[in-house]
Structures are given as structure tokens and as C-alpha cells.
Design a protein around this ligand. Structure first.
Ligand code: C2E
Ligand code: MG
Ligand code: MG
Length: 253
């Protein structure tokens, strides 16, 4: 029955897209946002993406759902010219050969500059057909967008693909960030990821930053950007609109 409801939510487009700010590690403020899907079910309440994304993937609905998020996020992002907008892509979407056209059309329709668009993928794209995934990511990069590798460090992390694939950004998974204060070895791993990412010409972002202690340690480790409840929780587009209006006013003043 959840599947049926997911289907109708997709056709009625009753999903919300929330945005979580991404901040510069040097304290320079918000540099971008990540779009995160929200499904507020009329009777069941909020259903987390960890439940409905796998359901959409298994039932063939992910491409449709992904198109909704992509179009909405680029349309919202077009109003925030100072920010980059990151959109998560499921491995199912990477396998879809129309994805490149979809991204291209969505950018043209919304007028957003490709240099402000970030597409986040996980190591899951490497499992079935890494060759096809590589071609797809290269075609996306050719549109001028950036590609971020999400949840880095939790998959199988064979390092050879980091060299082959056209990633611009690495997002360190929040499980590392969470154990940073309690475990000395986590600091060594994060330090190594930052050095690796920078050596390969990538920006390195830490996810799930919740405490000031984590922020200080991550900055010392050389992370470029951070995201987490310490800075801001995911919020509706209207909140980002308000923030950008205030920021614009204080820039003029
Ligand atoms: P993700 O892409 O790694 O997104 C980050 C997740 O971490 C979000 O959970 C966010 O709310 C949460 N988060 C952010 N800061 C903190 C923090 O300081 N502490 C903690 N504990 N959590 C934090 P969310 O929104 O529940 O999304 C979970 C996952 O679902 C996402 O992980 C992503 O893989 C997937 N997802 C969400 N929206 C979409 C979408 O539009 N398309 C696809 N394909 N996947 C999506
Ligand atoms: Mg993500
Ligand atoms: Mg992540």
C-alpha cells in the first residue's frame, strides 16, 4: 500500500524539497545548499528518504521521482545566484541514458548556470556497470556541472576509481565525523581523505557536523566545506529565500 501511495504522490507531486546549507570551512558563510526530498504522508506523517528512496528504486519509480527533485531544485536554485545547488542522484538514474538530456533541459528551462549545479552520486553507481557510469558522468561533466562523491569512505572505496572518475568533490560520510572526537584513528582517516582529495584536485566537504569541536578538528584537517546541524538543518525553499533576501539587504547596506 505504501507503493501505491508513493505512485500517487509522484503523480500529484506532493513531495517537498528541503535545502540544507553548505558553509565554507573558513567561516565565510553559506556557499551552497543540498536538496533533500521530504515526503509528508497525510496519515503516516513524515516518511524518511531511507524508506521511500529504496522503494522507488525497486519499483521503477526513481527516474520520475528524480526528475521532480531535479527540476524543482534547479528552479529554486536559480533564485539564489550566489549559491551552488547539489542534487542527489540514485544509481538507477545514472543507468538511465536520458539523464544527460534531462539535466540539460532542466538547466535550460530554469536558466541556472551549469557552474552552480552539483550532482551527488554514491559508490553504488560502480556496482553494476562502472564503464557505463563513467561515460554518463563524463557526459554530465561536459554540460559544465560538478560531480560530488557522497558518503565517501563507507562503500568499498577502491581508490583506483577515484583516479578514473571525473569527481570534483568528495563528501566525507558523517559516520567519520561522528566518531572524530572519541577516536584518534578517525582523525588520521579524515586527514588522509583530505590529502587524497586535494591531491586529486577535489574539494573536500565534511557531512553531519553537529558540534563546535568537530568543526574545529575538521577545519584543522583542511576540509574546505561543511554541512550539518551545527550550521543549519534542511529547511523549505522559503527559508533560503528569506535568508538570501536578508543577506542581499545587508550586502547593499
Ligand atoms: P545524503 O545525501 O548523505 O544527505 C545527508 C543526510 O544527512 C540528510 O538526511 C540530512 O538531513 C542528514 N544530515 C545533515 N546534517 C546532519 C547532522 O548534522 N547530523 C545528522 N545526524 N544528520 C544530518 P536525509 O534528508 O534523511 O536523507 C538521507 C539520504 O537519503 C540522503 O543522504 C540521500 O542519500 C537520500 N536522499 C535524500 N533526498 C534524495 C533525493 O532527492 N534523491 C536521491 N537519490 N536520494 C535522496
Ligand atoms: Mg547527498
Ligand atoms: Mg551523504
Amino acid at each position: 500500500s505504501l507503493l501505491r501511495e508513493l505512485q500517487s504522490a509522484i503523480s500529484l507531486q506532493t513531495f517537498d524539497v528541503h535545502y540544507q546549507p553548505i558553509v565554507a570551512a573558513d567561516g565565510g558563510g553559506i556557499v551552497g545548499v543540498e536538496a533533500l526530498l521530504r515526503w509528508n504522508h497525510p496519515s503516516r506523517g513524515a516518511i524518511p528518504p531511507s524508506v521511500f528512496i529504496p522503494l522507488a528504486e525497486q519499483s521503477g519509480l526513481m527516474s520520475q521521482l528524480g526528475e521532480i527533485v531535479l527540476r524543482r531544485a534547479l528552479a529554486d536554485g536559480a533564485r539564489w545566484p550566489a549559491l551552488s545547488v547539489a542534487v542527489n542522484l540514485s544509481p538507477v538514474q545514472i543507468r538511465d541514458r536520458w539523464l544527460v538530456d534531462l539535466v540539460s533541459v532542466a538547466m535550460a528551462d530554469t536558466g541556472i548556470a551549469s557552474s552552480r549545479v552539483v550532482l551527488e552520486v554514491t559508490e553504488g553507481i560502480l556496482i553494476d556497470n562502472p564503464q557505463e557510469a563513467l561515460q554518463r558522468l563524463e557526459a554530465l561533466r561536459a554540460l559544465g556541472v560538478s560531480i560530488a562523491l557522497d558518503d565517501f569512505g563507507t562503500g568499498f572505496s577502491s581508490l583506483s576509481y577515484l583516479q578514473k572518475f571525473p569527481f570534483n568533490r568528495l563528501k566525507i560520510d558523517r559516520t567519520f565525523v561522528a566518531s572524530l572526537a572519541s577516536s584518534g584513528s578517525t582523525g588520521a582517516i579524515i586527514q588522509a581523505i583530505v590529502t587524497l582529495g586535494h591531491g586529486l584536485g577535489m574539494k573536500v566537504l565534511a557531512e553531519g557536523v553537529e558540534t563546535d569541536e568537530q568543526r574545529v578538528l575538521l577545519r584543522l584537517a583542511g576540509c574546505d566545506e561543511m554541512q550539518g546541524f551545527l550550521f543549519a538543518r534542511p529547511a523549505p525553499a522559503a527559508e533560503i529565500d528569506k535568508f538570501m533576501t536578508r543577506a542581499g539587504r545587508s550586502a547593499v547596506a
